[in-house]
Write a protein of this length. Structure first.
Length: 120
């Protein structure tokens, strides 16, 4: 972030720490979030189930190249959806770092994939 977009180091470190805290929170609570629910209205009862539905496309702005992806991709990822990430063209090293993070964490290939697409 500092190299590609000029974000001050303290802010970049803060963004990474925020991501780590969100991941820890999500791991701790994800099973509760995914439980099936019965919704009762005045006249009807409905059932809500949380299941994977397919690839999740995330288009990320340049100004928060780590926080915005984690904020939006953790819920679909927890449900088992693969992630297709389109980063801003100005932050390709941040995109590559996230993809490497998934590889290092042991995720199967294809669970997280960057789409290097220009604005054109």
């Amino acid at each position: 972030m500092t190299e590609e977009m000029g974000k001050p180091l303290a802010q970049a470190e803060g963004e990474v720490l925020k991501c780590a805290q969100y991941i820890e929170y999500s791991i701790k609570h994800s099973l509760d979030f995914m439980e099936d629910e019965v919704l009762q209205t005045r006249q009807h009862r409905a059932f809500m189930s949380h299941d994977p539905i397919g690839p999740f496309l995330d288009i990320v702005p340049w100004n928060f190249p780590f926080w915005m992806p984690f904020k939006s991709m953790i819920p679909p990822l927890v449900l088992g959806n693969p992630i297709l990430m389109k980063h801003a063209p100005s932050t390709p090293k941040c995109a590559a770092a996230l993809e490497q993070l998934f590889t290092d964490a042991g995720f199967d290939p294809g669970v997280y994939q960057n789409l290097y697409i220009t604005n054109e």
